[in-house]
Design a protein around this ligand. Structure first.
Ligand SMILES: [Zn+2]
Length: 530
Protein backbone atom coordinates (compact mmCIF):
# COMPACT_ATOMS: atom_id res chain seq x y z
CA UNK A 1 0.00 0.00 0.00
CA UNK A 2 1.33 3.41 -0.90
CA UNK A 3 0.47 6.69 0.74
CA UNK A 4 -0.92 9.44 -1.46
CA UNK A 5 1.32 12.49 -1.71
CA UNK A 6 -0.23 15.64 -3.19
CA UNK A 7 1.54 18.09 -5.46
CA UNK A 8 0.63 21.75 -5.34
CA UNK A 9 1.95 24.02 -8.05
CA UNK A 10 2.40 27.73 -7.41
CA UNK A 11 4.13 28.70 -10.68
CA UNK A 12 1.33 31.15 -11.50
CA UNK A 13 1.41 32.79 -8.05
CA UNK A 14 4.82 32.50 -6.30
CA UNK A 15 6.53 31.81 -9.65
CA UNK A 16 5.16 35.09 -10.97
CA UNK A 17 7.53 36.83 -8.52
CA UNK A 18 10.53 35.73 -10.62
CA UNK A 19 12.62 38.63 -11.92
CA UNK A 20 11.82 39.12 -15.59
CA UNK A 21 8.68 36.97 -15.57
CA UNK A 22 5.41 38.62 -16.43
CA UNK A 23 2.51 36.30 -17.25
CA UNK A 24 -0.23 37.39 -19.60
CA UNK A 25 -3.72 35.97 -19.20
CA UNK A 26 -3.05 33.76 -22.25
CA UNK A 27 0.21 32.50 -20.68
CA UNK A 28 -1.65 31.64 -17.48
CA UNK A 29 -4.29 29.68 -19.34
CA UNK A 30 -1.64 27.70 -21.24
CA UNK A 31 0.46 26.97 -18.17
CA UNK A 32 -2.58 25.85 -16.13
CA UNK A 33 -3.37 23.49 -18.99
CA UNK A 34 0.14 22.04 -19.04
CA UNK A 35 0.15 21.49 -15.26
CA UNK A 36 -3.27 19.87 -15.44
CA UNK A 37 -2.06 17.50 -18.17
CA UNK A 38 0.97 16.56 -16.10
CA UNK A 39 -1.23 15.39 -13.22
CA UNK A 40 -0.58 18.10 -10.62
CA UNK A 41 -3.23 17.98 -7.84
CA UNK A 42 -3.54 21.70 -7.12
CA UNK A 43 -2.90 24.54 -9.56
CA UNK A 44 -2.69 27.86 -7.75
CA UNK A 45 -3.58 30.63 -10.16
CA UNK A 46 -3.11 33.95 -8.36
CA UNK A 47 -5.04 36.51 -6.32
CA UNK A 48 -8.62 36.97 -7.60
CA UNK A 49 -10.09 40.21 -6.37
CA UNK A 50 -6.66 41.73 -5.82
CA UNK A 51 -5.76 42.38 -9.44
CA UNK A 52 -7.92 42.58 -12.55
CA UNK A 53 -6.07 39.98 -14.62
CA UNK A 54 -6.36 37.37 -11.87
CA UNK A 55 -10.03 38.21 -11.37
CA UNK A 56 -10.46 37.54 -15.09
CA UNK A 57 -8.44 34.35 -14.87
CA UNK A 58 -10.67 33.12 -12.05
CA UNK A 59 -13.91 34.04 -13.83
CA UNK A 60 -14.01 30.41 -14.93
CA UNK A 61 -12.44 27.16 -13.90
CA UNK A 62 -9.21 26.69 -15.85
CA UNK A 63 -8.37 23.08 -15.03
CA UNK A 64 -10.12 19.79 -15.76
CA UNK A 65 -8.64 17.46 -13.16
CA UNK A 66 -6.49 19.61 -10.90
CA UNK A 67 -8.08 21.58 -8.10
CA UNK A 68 -8.06 25.18 -9.27
CA UNK A 69 -6.83 27.18 -6.30
CA UNK A 70 -7.13 30.88 -5.41
CA UNK A 71 -4.70 32.60 -3.08
CA UNK A 72 -5.39 35.43 -0.63
CA UNK A 73 -4.88 36.94 2.79
CA UNK A 74 -6.74 35.93 5.92
CA UNK A 75 -9.28 38.52 6.99
CA UNK A 76 -8.13 41.95 8.05
CA UNK A 77 -7.91 42.45 11.79
CA UNK A 78 -10.67 44.70 13.13
CA UNK A 79 -13.09 43.71 10.37
CA UNK A 80 -15.62 40.89 10.23
CA UNK A 81 -15.18 38.14 7.65
CA UNK A 82 -18.44 39.05 5.94
CA UNK A 83 -17.18 42.62 5.58
CA UNK A 84 -13.77 41.78 4.17
CA UNK A 85 -13.56 42.56 0.43
CA UNK A 86 -10.53 40.27 0.00
CA UNK A 87 -12.41 37.24 1.22
CA UNK A 88 -15.46 38.24 -0.83
CA UNK A 89 -13.24 38.27 -3.93
CA UNK A 90 -11.87 34.81 -3.13
CA UNK A 91 -15.34 33.37 -2.60
CA UNK A 92 -16.61 34.97 -5.80
CA UNK A 93 -13.86 33.27 -7.85
CA UNK A 94 -14.52 30.04 -9.75
CA UNK A 95 -11.98 28.16 -7.66
CA UNK A 96 -12.19 24.67 -6.18
CA UNK A 97 -10.00 25.55 -3.25
CA UNK A 98 -8.79 28.65 -1.44
CA UNK A 99 -5.29 28.92 -0.02
CA UNK A 100 -4.88 31.58 2.66
CA UNK A 101 -1.61 33.01 3.81
CA UNK A 102 -1.31 33.85 7.50
CA UNK A 103 1.51 34.86 9.79
CA UNK A 104 3.03 32.24 12.08
CA UNK A 105 5.92 34.24 13.55
CA UNK A 106 4.96 36.18 16.68
CA UNK A 107 7.48 38.94 15.86
CA UNK A 108 5.86 39.50 12.44
CA UNK A 109 2.38 39.63 13.96
CA UNK A 110 3.44 42.34 16.39
CA UNK A 111 5.66 44.37 14.07
CA UNK A 112 4.22 43.90 10.55
CA UNK A 113 0.56 43.43 11.45
CA UNK A 114 0.70 45.58 14.60
CA UNK A 115 -1.80 43.15 16.07
CA UNK A 116 -2.07 40.99 19.15
CA UNK A 117 -1.20 37.33 18.89
CA UNK A 118 -4.78 36.41 19.76
CA UNK A 119 -6.22 38.67 17.02
CA UNK A 120 -4.08 36.91 14.44
CA UNK A 121 -5.32 33.50 15.62
CA UNK A 122 -8.92 34.75 15.34
CA UNK A 123 -8.29 35.99 11.82
CA UNK A 124 -6.99 32.55 10.80
CA UNK A 125 -9.88 30.68 12.46
CA UNK A 126 -12.61 32.90 11.05
CA UNK A 127 -11.23 33.03 7.52
CA UNK A 128 -10.90 29.25 7.33
CA UNK A 129 -14.31 28.72 8.88
CA UNK A 130 -15.95 31.09 6.37
CA UNK A 131 -14.63 29.09 3.40
CA UNK A 132 -15.58 25.79 5.02
CA UNK A 133 -19.08 27.18 5.61
CA UNK A 134 -19.25 28.11 1.92
CA UNK A 135 -18.62 24.43 1.15
CA UNK A 136 -15.20 24.86 -0.37
CA UNK A 137 -11.83 23.29 0.35
CA UNK A 138 -9.34 25.53 2.11
CA UNK A 139 -5.83 25.55 3.46
CA UNK A 140 -3.40 27.84 5.24
CA UNK A 141 0.11 28.73 4.11
CA UNK A 142 1.83 29.48 7.44
CA UNK A 143 4.19 32.29 6.46
CA UNK A 144 7.67 32.28 8.10
CA UNK A 145 6.70 29.07 9.90
CA UNK A 146 10.24 27.80 10.45
CA UNK A 147 11.72 31.11 11.59
CA UNK A 148 8.62 31.58 13.73
CA UNK A 149 8.98 28.13 15.23
CA UNK A 150 12.60 28.81 16.16
CA UNK A 151 11.61 32.07 17.87
CA UNK A 152 8.41 30.89 19.55
CA UNK A 153 7.49 27.24 18.89
CA UNK A 154 4.37 27.44 20.95
CA UNK A 155 2.86 30.31 18.96
CA UNK A 156 3.80 28.90 15.54
CA UNK A 157 2.07 25.66 16.52
CA UNK A 158 -0.98 27.53 17.77
CA UNK A 159 -1.41 29.16 14.36
CA UNK A 160 -1.12 25.81 12.57
CA UNK A 161 -3.54 24.15 14.97
CA UNK A 162 -6.02 27.03 14.74
CA UNK A 163 -6.24 26.49 10.99
CA UNK A 164 -6.53 22.71 11.25
CA UNK A 165 -9.17 22.83 13.97
CA UNK A 166 -11.20 25.39 12.01
CA UNK A 167 -11.41 22.88 9.14
CA UNK A 168 -8.43 23.56 6.88
CA UNK A 169 -7.74 20.55 4.61
CA UNK A 170 -4.05 21.43 4.68
CA UNK A 171 -1.71 23.32 6.96
CA UNK A 172 1.31 24.25 4.87
CA UNK A 173 4.58 25.07 6.61
CA UNK A 174 6.44 27.75 4.66
CA UNK A 175 10.13 28.46 4.71
CA UNK A 176 9.44 31.95 3.45
CA UNK A 177 13.02 33.26 3.72
CA UNK A 178 14.45 29.99 2.45
CA UNK A 179 17.25 29.79 5.00
CA UNK A 180 16.21 26.65 6.87
CA UNK A 181 18.36 23.52 6.49
CA UNK A 182 17.07 19.98 5.83
CA UNK A 183 17.85 18.61 9.31
CA UNK A 184 15.97 21.55 10.86
CA UNK A 185 13.00 20.96 8.57
CA UNK A 186 12.99 17.30 9.49
CA UNK A 187 13.01 18.09 13.19
CA UNK A 188 10.40 20.87 13.11
CA UNK A 189 7.95 19.10 10.79
CA UNK A 190 8.35 16.02 12.99
CA UNK A 191 7.25 18.10 15.98
CA UNK A 192 4.25 19.57 14.13
CA UNK A 193 3.08 16.11 13.10
CA UNK A 194 2.71 15.18 16.78
CA UNK A 195 -0.18 17.68 16.77
CA UNK A 196 -1.55 17.62 13.23
CA UNK A 197 -1.72 14.41 11.14
CA UNK A 198 0.89 14.34 8.37
CA UNK A 199 -1.88 13.67 5.84
CA UNK A 200 -2.89 17.31 6.47
CA UNK A 201 0.57 18.86 6.51
CA UNK A 202 2.33 20.46 3.54
CA UNK A 203 5.76 21.98 2.87
CA UNK A 204 6.54 25.16 0.93
CA UNK A 205 10.30 25.62 0.52
CA UNK A 206 12.40 28.34 -1.09
CA UNK A 207 15.83 27.68 -2.55
CA UNK A 208 18.01 30.26 -0.82
CA UNK A 209 20.51 27.66 0.36
CA UNK A 210 20.10 25.53 -2.77
CA UNK A 211 18.14 22.96 -0.73
CA UNK A 212 14.46 23.61 -1.45
CA UNK A 213 14.10 20.17 -3.01
CA UNK A 214 16.01 18.52 -0.14
CA UNK A 215 13.87 20.43 2.37
CA UNK A 216 10.69 19.24 0.66
CA UNK A 217 11.86 15.64 0.89
CA UNK A 218 12.96 16.10 4.50
CA UNK A 219 9.38 17.09 5.36
CA UNK A 220 7.94 14.18 3.38
CA UNK A 221 10.24 11.67 5.10
CA UNK A 222 8.77 12.59 8.50
CA UNK A 223 5.21 12.44 7.22
CA UNK A 224 4.15 15.64 5.37
CA UNK A 225 1.92 14.72 2.41
CA UNK A 226 1.74 17.86 0.31
CA UNK A 227 4.61 19.53 -1.53
CA UNK A 228 4.29 23.03 -2.92
CA UNK A 229 6.67 24.03 -5.68
CA UNK A 230 6.99 25.55 -9.13
CA UNK A 231 7.86 24.29 -12.57
CA UNK A 232 11.57 24.80 -13.31
CA UNK A 233 11.94 26.24 -9.80
CA UNK A 234 10.58 29.63 -10.78
CA UNK A 235 10.17 32.08 -7.91
CA UNK A 236 11.61 35.22 -6.39
CA UNK A 237 15.29 35.40 -5.34
CA UNK A 238 16.67 31.88 -5.82
CA UNK A 239 13.31 30.34 -6.63
CA UNK A 240 10.94 27.78 -5.12
CA UNK A 241 11.28 24.01 -4.82
CA UNK A 242 11.55 22.72 -8.38
CA UNK A 243 8.72 20.33 -9.27
CA UNK A 244 10.58 19.25 -12.41
CA UNK A 245 13.19 17.76 -10.05
CA UNK A 246 10.78 16.58 -7.35
CA UNK A 247 8.37 14.69 -9.63
CA UNK A 248 10.90 12.31 -11.25
CA UNK A 249 12.63 11.73 -7.92
CA UNK A 250 9.31 10.69 -6.37
CA UNK A 251 8.51 8.43 -9.32
CA UNK A 252 11.91 6.91 -10.09
CA UNK A 253 13.71 6.60 -6.77
CA UNK A 254 12.80 3.47 -4.85
CA UNK A 255 12.80 5.09 -1.44
CA UNK A 256 9.85 7.27 -2.46
CA UNK A 257 8.23 5.23 -5.23
CA UNK A 258 7.69 2.21 -2.96
CA UNK A 259 5.97 4.23 -0.25
CA UNK A 260 4.23 7.08 -2.02
CA UNK A 261 2.02 7.59 -5.03
CA UNK A 262 1.38 10.86 -6.84
CA UNK A 263 -1.06 12.03 -9.50
CA UNK A 264 1.58 12.01 -12.25
CA UNK A 265 1.37 8.83 -14.39
CA UNK A 266 4.36 7.11 -16.02
CA UNK A 267 3.08 8.35 -19.37
CA UNK A 268 2.82 11.94 -18.13
CA UNK A 269 6.33 11.69 -16.68
CA UNK A 270 7.58 11.07 -20.23
CA UNK A 271 6.32 14.53 -21.17
CA UNK A 272 8.16 16.29 -18.34
CA UNK A 273 11.14 17.45 -20.40
CA UNK A 274 8.84 18.84 -23.04
CA UNK A 275 6.63 20.59 -20.45
CA UNK A 276 9.67 22.11 -18.78
CA UNK A 277 11.01 23.45 -22.10
CA UNK A 278 7.60 24.64 -23.23
CA UNK A 279 7.42 26.84 -20.13
CA UNK A 280 10.83 28.35 -20.94
CA UNK A 281 9.67 28.85 -24.50
CA UNK A 282 6.57 30.68 -23.33
CA UNK A 283 8.66 32.91 -21.08
CA UNK A 284 11.32 33.38 -23.73
CA UNK A 285 14.02 32.08 -21.40
CA UNK A 286 16.83 29.76 -22.44
CA UNK A 287 16.33 26.38 -20.80
CA UNK A 288 18.90 25.52 -18.12
CA UNK A 289 21.08 22.92 -19.84
CA UNK A 290 22.23 21.55 -16.51
CA UNK A 291 18.82 21.15 -14.89
CA UNK A 292 18.44 17.73 -13.22
CA UNK A 293 16.50 15.20 -15.32
CA UNK A 294 15.21 17.67 -17.95
CA UNK A 295 18.31 19.69 -18.93
CA UNK A 296 19.88 19.17 -22.36
CA UNK A 297 23.10 18.10 -20.61
CA UNK A 298 21.44 15.93 -17.95
CA UNK A 299 22.41 12.78 -19.86
CA UNK A 300 25.38 14.06 -21.85
CA UNK A 301 28.78 12.42 -21.79
CA UNK A 302 31.93 13.91 -23.22
CA UNK A 303 35.10 11.90 -22.79
CA UNK A 304 35.93 9.16 -25.30
CA UNK A 305 36.22 6.21 -22.93
CA UNK A 306 33.00 7.14 -21.15
CA UNK A 307 31.16 7.52 -24.42
CA UNK A 308 31.95 3.99 -25.57
CA UNK A 309 30.99 2.60 -22.16
CA UNK A 310 27.73 4.55 -22.20
CA UNK A 311 26.82 3.03 -25.54
CA UNK A 312 27.66 -0.49 -24.36
CA UNK A 313 25.84 -0.24 -21.07
CA UNK A 314 24.07 3.03 -20.29
CA UNK A 315 23.46 2.04 -16.67
CA UNK A 316 27.14 2.46 -15.91
CA UNK A 317 26.89 6.23 -16.32
CA UNK A 318 23.19 7.09 -15.89
CA UNK A 319 21.19 7.11 -12.67
CA UNK A 320 17.84 6.79 -14.47
CA UNK A 321 16.79 6.21 -18.06
CA UNK A 322 16.61 9.49 -19.97
CA UNK A 323 13.47 8.29 -21.81
CA UNK A 324 11.57 7.94 -18.52
CA UNK A 325 11.42 11.75 -18.27
CA UNK A 326 11.24 12.36 -22.01
CA UNK A 327 14.89 13.38 -22.23
CA UNK A 328 17.58 11.74 -24.35
CA UNK A 329 21.09 10.44 -24.08
CA UNK A 330 23.73 12.56 -25.68
CA UNK A 331 27.32 11.88 -26.48
CA UNK A 332 29.19 15.06 -27.18
CA UNK A 333 31.40 15.56 -30.15
CA UNK A 334 34.60 17.27 -29.17
CA UNK A 335 38.25 17.27 -30.06
CA UNK A 336 38.76 14.61 -27.41
CA UNK A 337 36.39 12.57 -29.47
CA UNK A 338 37.21 9.21 -30.81
CA UNK A 339 35.33 7.13 -33.33
CA UNK A 340 32.99 5.86 -30.64
CA UNK A 341 31.74 9.39 -29.89
CA UNK A 342 31.12 10.07 -33.53
CA UNK A 343 29.31 6.77 -34.00
CA UNK A 344 27.19 7.34 -30.93
CA UNK A 345 26.26 10.83 -32.05
CA UNK A 346 25.39 9.63 -35.57
CA UNK A 347 23.16 6.96 -34.12
CA UNK A 348 21.38 9.49 -31.93
CA UNK A 349 20.85 11.80 -34.89
CA UNK A 350 19.39 8.92 -36.86
CA UNK A 351 22.15 8.84 -39.48
CA UNK A 352 22.68 5.23 -40.56
CA UNK A 353 26.22 4.14 -41.25
CA UNK A 354 28.26 0.94 -40.92
CA UNK A 355 30.76 0.89 -38.06
CA UNK A 356 33.71 0.24 -40.38
CA UNK A 357 32.71 2.78 -43.06
CA UNK A 358 35.91 4.56 -44.10
CA UNK A 359 34.04 7.87 -44.33
CA UNK A 360 33.82 7.96 -40.52
CA UNK A 361 37.56 8.58 -40.33
CA UNK A 362 37.12 11.42 -42.79
CA UNK A 363 34.34 12.91 -40.69
CA UNK A 364 36.47 12.61 -37.57
CA UNK A 365 39.38 14.36 -39.34
CA UNK A 366 37.04 17.08 -40.56
CA UNK A 367 35.60 17.65 -37.07
CA UNK A 368 39.10 17.90 -35.58
CA UNK A 369 40.28 20.26 -38.27
CA UNK A 370 37.27 22.51 -37.88
CA UNK A 371 37.52 22.47 -34.10
CA UNK A 372 41.09 23.66 -34.59
CA UNK A 373 39.69 26.64 -36.49
CA UNK A 374 37.34 27.51 -33.66
CA UNK A 375 34.19 25.57 -34.49
CA UNK A 376 32.52 23.85 -31.59
CA UNK A 377 29.97 21.14 -32.29
CA UNK A 378 29.15 20.32 -28.69
CA UNK A 379 26.49 22.96 -28.52
CA UNK A 380 25.70 22.92 -32.24
CA UNK A 381 23.93 19.69 -33.04
CA UNK A 382 22.38 20.93 -36.23
CA UNK A 383 25.69 22.04 -37.76
CA UNK A 384 27.21 18.68 -36.84
CA UNK A 385 24.26 16.95 -38.49
CA UNK A 386 24.85 18.89 -41.72
CA UNK A 387 28.61 18.29 -41.65
CA UNK A 388 28.04 14.54 -41.21
CA UNK A 389 25.38 14.45 -43.91
CA UNK A 390 27.68 16.27 -46.33
CA UNK A 391 30.40 13.68 -45.84
CA UNK A 392 28.29 10.54 -45.43
CA UNK A 393 25.31 11.36 -47.55
CA UNK A 394 24.17 14.31 -49.43
CA UNK A 395 22.89 17.75 -48.58
CA UNK A 396 21.32 19.50 -51.54
CA UNK A 397 22.24 23.07 -52.24
CA UNK A 398 18.74 24.45 -51.73
CA UNK A 399 19.89 28.02 -52.19
CA UNK A 400 23.07 29.86 -53.03
CA UNK A 401 23.70 33.33 -51.70
CA UNK A 402 25.42 35.30 -54.46
CA UNK A 403 26.10 38.24 -52.23
CA UNK A 404 24.86 40.06 -49.18
CA UNK A 405 25.53 43.40 -47.61
CA UNK A 406 24.74 44.84 -44.22
CA UNK A 407 24.73 48.49 -43.39
CA UNK A 408 24.60 50.06 -39.95
CA UNK A 409 24.01 53.74 -39.65
CA UNK A 410 23.88 56.05 -36.67
CA UNK A 411 22.16 59.29 -37.42
CA UNK A 412 20.05 62.12 -36.06
CA UNK A 413 16.31 61.66 -36.32
CA UNK A 414 13.97 64.55 -37.21
CA UNK A 415 13.46 65.18 -33.51
CA UNK A 416 17.20 65.57 -33.01
CA UNK A 417 17.72 62.29 -31.11
CA UNK A 418 20.32 59.81 -32.26
CA UNK A 419 19.10 56.54 -33.69
CA UNK A 420 20.92 53.52 -35.05
CA UNK A 421 19.42 51.54 -37.88
CA UNK A 422 20.56 48.37 -39.60
CA UNK A 423 19.65 47.30 -43.12
CA UNK A 424 20.55 44.13 -44.97
CA UNK A 425 20.38 43.16 -48.62
CA UNK A 426 20.59 39.59 -49.92
CA UNK A 427 20.84 38.28 -53.49
CA UNK A 428 20.13 34.57 -53.63
CA UNK A 429 19.66 31.92 -56.32
CA UNK A 430 16.87 29.43 -55.77
CA UNK A 431 16.05 26.85 -58.39
CA UNK A 432 17.48 28.89 -61.26
CA UNK A 433 15.81 32.07 -60.15
CA UNK A 434 17.54 35.11 -58.63
CA UNK A 435 15.72 36.65 -55.70
CA UNK A 436 16.59 39.94 -54.06
CA UNK A 437 15.43 40.85 -50.58
CA UNK A 438 16.09 43.69 -48.20
CA UNK A 439 15.11 44.12 -44.54
CA UNK A 440 15.58 46.45 -41.63
CA UNK A 441 16.37 45.11 -38.20
CA UNK A 442 17.21 46.24 -34.70
CA UNK A 443 20.78 45.16 -35.35
CA UNK A 444 22.88 43.90 -38.25
CA UNK A 445 22.37 40.18 -37.52
CA UNK A 446 18.65 40.63 -37.07
CA UNK A 447 18.46 42.53 -40.39
CA UNK A 448 20.49 39.85 -42.18
CA UNK A 449 18.35 37.08 -40.71
CA UNK A 450 15.16 38.81 -41.83
CA UNK A 451 16.46 39.53 -45.33
CA UNK A 452 17.72 35.96 -45.78
CA UNK A 453 14.40 34.46 -44.74
CA UNK A 454 12.20 36.97 -46.52
CA UNK A 455 12.02 35.19 -49.85
CA UNK A 456 13.43 31.76 -50.55
CA UNK A 457 10.95 31.08 -53.30
CA UNK A 458 9.53 27.57 -53.20
CA UNK A 459 11.06 26.90 -49.77
CA UNK A 460 9.31 29.78 -48.09
CA UNK A 461 6.53 27.63 -46.59
CA UNK A 462 9.13 25.52 -44.74
CA UNK A 463 10.85 28.46 -43.08
CA UNK A 464 8.05 30.93 -42.39
CA UNK A 465 7.66 29.65 -38.81
CA UNK A 466 11.36 30.00 -37.91
CA UNK A 467 12.40 32.27 -35.10
CA UNK A 468 15.87 33.18 -33.87
CA UNK A 469 15.61 32.51 -30.12
CA UNK A 470 19.17 32.83 -28.90
CA UNK A 471 22.39 34.29 -30.20
CA UNK A 472 25.76 33.88 -28.54
CA UNK A 473 29.09 35.34 -29.52
CA UNK A 474 32.53 34.39 -28.29
CA UNK A 475 35.68 36.07 -29.41
CA UNK A 476 38.98 34.35 -28.77
CA UNK A 477 42.54 34.31 -30.00
CA UNK A 478 43.09 31.76 -32.76
CA UNK A 479 46.70 31.83 -33.97
CA UNK A 480 47.64 35.42 -34.72
CA UNK A 481 44.11 36.73 -35.28
CA UNK A 482 41.03 37.16 -33.16
CA UNK A 483 38.38 34.63 -34.16
CA UNK A 484 34.65 35.07 -33.62
CA UNK A 485 32.42 32.10 -32.96
CA UNK A 486 28.68 32.59 -33.24
CA UNK A 487 26.05 30.16 -31.99
CA UNK A 488 22.50 30.67 -33.21
CA UNK A 489 19.55 28.89 -31.67
CA UNK A 490 16.44 28.64 -33.83
CA UNK A 491 12.94 27.44 -33.00
CA UNK A 492 10.19 26.46 -35.37
CA UNK A 493 6.41 26.58 -35.09
CA UNK A 494 6.31 23.18 -33.36
CA UNK A 495 8.66 24.35 -30.59
CA UNK A 496 11.59 22.27 -31.85
CA UNK A 497 14.94 23.98 -31.27
CA UNK A 498 18.34 23.52 -32.84
CA UNK A 499 21.68 25.25 -32.70
CA UNK A 500 24.13 26.06 -35.48
CA UNK A 501 27.63 27.50 -35.45
CA UNK A 502 29.65 29.86 -37.60
CA UNK A 503 33.29 30.93 -37.29
CA UNK A 504 35.11 33.81 -38.94
CA UNK A 505 37.31 36.76 -38.12
CA UNK A 506 34.24 38.82 -39.07
CA UNK A 507 31.22 38.63 -36.77
CA UNK A 508 28.70 39.21 -39.56
CA UNK A 509 30.23 36.49 -41.68
CA UNK A 510 30.22 34.05 -38.75
CA UNK A 511 26.57 34.92 -38.12
CA UNK A 512 25.73 34.41 -41.78
CA UNK A 513 27.20 30.88 -41.73
CA UNK A 514 25.19 29.96 -38.65
CA UNK A 515 21.99 31.47 -40.07
CA UNK A 516 22.27 29.71 -43.41
CA UNK A 517 23.11 26.37 -41.69
CA UNK A 518 19.98 26.82 -39.62
CA UNK A 519 17.77 27.27 -42.69
CA UNK A 520 19.42 24.34 -44.50
CA UNK A 521 18.94 22.14 -41.44
CA UNK A 522 15.24 22.94 -41.33
CA UNK A 523 14.88 22.17 -45.05
CA UNK A 524 16.70 18.83 -44.72
CA UNK A 525 14.66 17.82 -41.67
CA UNK A 526 11.41 18.82 -43.38
CA UNK A 527 12.28 16.67 -46.39
CA UNK A 528 12.25 19.63 -48.79
CA UNK A 529 13.09 18.62 -52.37
CA UNK A 530 15.92 20.47 -54.06
ZN1 LIG B 1 6.76 31.36 -1.25
Amino acid sequence: MTDRLYLFDTTLRDGAQTTGVDFSLEDKIQIANMLDGLGIDYVEGGYPGANPMDTDFFSKKRTKKARFTAFGMTKKIGRSVSNDPGIAGLLASQSDAICFVGKAWDYQVRVALEATLEDNLDSVRESIAAVVAAGRETMLDCEHFFDGYKANPNYALQVAKAAYEAGARWVVLCDTNGGTLPHEVEHIVGEVIKHIPGSHVGIHAHDDTGQAVANSFAAVRVGARQIQGTLNGLGERCGNANLATIIPTLKLKKEFAEKLSIGVSDEALKTLTQVSRALDELLNRSPNRHAPYVGASAFATKAGIHASAVMKDPHTYEHVEPESVGNRRKVLVSDQAGRSNILAELERLGIEVKKDDHRISRLLEEVKEREGLGYSYEGADASFFLLAQRILGEVPEFFRVQRFSVNVERRFSDGGDTETIAEAFVKVDVDGETLISAAEGNGPVNALDLALRKDLGKYQTYISGLELVDYKVRIFQGGSDAVTRVLVETADETGERWTTVGVSSNIIDASFQALSDSITYKLVRSGAKA
